[in-house]
Design a protein around this ligand. Structure first.
Ligand SMILES: Cc1cc2nc3c(=O)[nH]c(=O)nc-3n(C[C@H](O)[C@H](O)[C@H](O)COP(=O)(O)OP(=O)(O)OC[C@H]3O[C@@H](n4cnc5c(N)ncnc54)[C@H](O)[C@@H]3O)c2cc1C
Length: 388
């Protein structure tokens, strides 16, 4: 039964803003630790969002540790047991080895993953309020953040007190703006993405194609659909591709992966074409007096390496643990561990997004990325699980 926003209390231990990968997972983990949490989301439960959906090993480790992987499988999301890189047409196949409690990857639709996490937060005792929007943060006399002002469908502002406000409100985070969270790393290389879903494509795992200054990929998702994307430098997208997403998608796909392009042309798209013009990578200060940021709100990198959801699920747990300790030192540790696990991935992604490599260099970058992701998965798998 949906939570009625009119029943929001006037105070909580923690208010989390944004109920997708980062916010819903953080609220779930806090509620499982007995923390009184309010999770607010301006959108509707289960609404779709821009994403090419691929989870990496660390993200699957998290879903498994949290007891949610069976629900992902039950949703009809296929197992991904290999990844094939195509370097200018030459394939290199990598099998997903059983490791860290994971023997397959998954790419669930966001209409499955995000509500699954939010429902798990509600089941653990969090109040989860949809169609409720943050309009302001409040501060005490010392300037410390001590709550939020939110508005529901009735547009009546309500003040809710909380000693910790968590911004999980995405790349353009209002929490980050209101607390003045400073960026301290900016990744200058930006790619744009165009994607759709295709039905009837034979999908044997993830495929990533690279040729010239463009890439493409195939990601099997929930319900036997395959997400097919193309990725190009933002300048080219802005100059020539953004005006006709469908035509541009087919043209770039034929350039990068001709046989995939022909198959997709034949089968046709099973969903509207969606485009993302790209955004610089940014790493922001992750905490301050009475506030913290998680997910894209605190750390965004180019989607080309498909690691943002995995980051969000990882950092949800790092932050929930820090928030439970409840000290500034714990929040500083959160930021330090986030950065230790992220910064190599951030700069590798930025270089891949530059398209200024040759194929041997690209393979070196992929190898480095794989080592970092293995380190991340090992770190997560070694944490104690709180499953209920
Ligand atoms: C085109 C594209 C492709 C991508 N592909 C992949 C991929 O294949 N694999 C991968 O791992 N990652 C991918 N990513 C990245 C991934 O989607 C993000 O890293 C991930 O969604 C971040 O989750 P989040 O919870 O931090 O933020 P978001 O998913 O952005 O969620 C933030 C939520 O906050 C809510 N919100 C915002 N403001 C307010 C407010 N004022 N009040 C209340 N609610 C608010 C929003 O409605 C939203 O639901 C892709 C991104 C893009 C753009």
């Amino acid at each position: 039964m949906a939570f009625d926003p009119a029943l929001m209390k006037s105070s909580y231990d923690v208010v989390v803003v944004g109920a997708r990968a980062a916010g819903a997972a953080t609220a779930m983990l806090l509620a499982r630790r007995g923390v009184r949490v309010l999770l607010v989301e301006q959108g509707a439960r289960g609404a779709d969002t821009l994403s090419t959906l691929a989870l990496m090993r660390g993200g699957v480790v998290q879903l498994s540790r949290w007891g949610l992987l069976d629900a992902i499988r039950a949703s009809g999301t296929p197992r991904v047991q290999k990844t094939t890189f195509h370097y200018a047409g030459t394939p290199l196949e990598v099998r997903i080895k059983p490791r860290d409690g994971v023997d397959a990857l998954y790419a669930p639709r966001r209409t499955v993953l995000d509500p699954l996490l939010a429902d798990a937060a509600a089941a653990a005792g969090a109040d989860v309020a949809y169609h409720v929007r943050l309009v302001d943060v409040t501060r005490d006399a010392s300037g410390r953040v001590d709550g939020v002002v939110v508005e529901g469908a009735d547009r009546v502002p309500r003040t809710i007190q909380a000693p910790l406000v968590i911004g999980a409100d995405g790349l353009h985070s209002m929490v980050a703006k209101q607390v003045g969270a400073q960026p301290y790393q900016v990744g200058p290389h930006v790619t744009a993405v165009i994607y759709t879903l295709v039905r009837g494509l034979v999908a044997d795992g993830y495929h990533w194609h690279y040729a010239g200054a463009a890439s493409a990929g195939q990601i099997p998702t929930t319900g036997d659909d395959v997400l097919v994307f193309v990725s190009i430098p933002r300048d080219r997208f802005m100059r020539e591709l953004r005006f006709d997403l469908e035509g541009s998608f087919h043209a770039v796909l034929r350039e990068v992966a001709p046989s995939l392009g022909a198959a997709v042309q034949l089968l046709g798209a099973a969903a509207p074409f969606r485009g993302f013009a790209g955004h610089e990578g940014v790493v922001r200060q992750a905490w301050g007096a009475g506030w913290a940021l998680v997910g894209d709100a605190g750390y965004f990198k180019d989607p080309l390496t498909a690691h943002g959801i995995t980051d969000a699920l990882r950092d949800a747990e790092l932050l929930a643990r820090a928030a439970e300790r409840g000290t500034d030192e714990a929040l500083a540790d959160y930021q330090a561990v986030r950065d230790d696990l992220s910064m190599r991935l951030f700069w590798i992604t930025d270089e891949i997004a530059s398209f200024a490599w040759d194929m041997p260099r690209l393979q070196t970058l992929h190898k480095a990325m794989s080592e970092e992701m293995a380190r991340e998965a090992r770190y997560l798998n070694e944490l104690d699980a709180v499953t209920a």
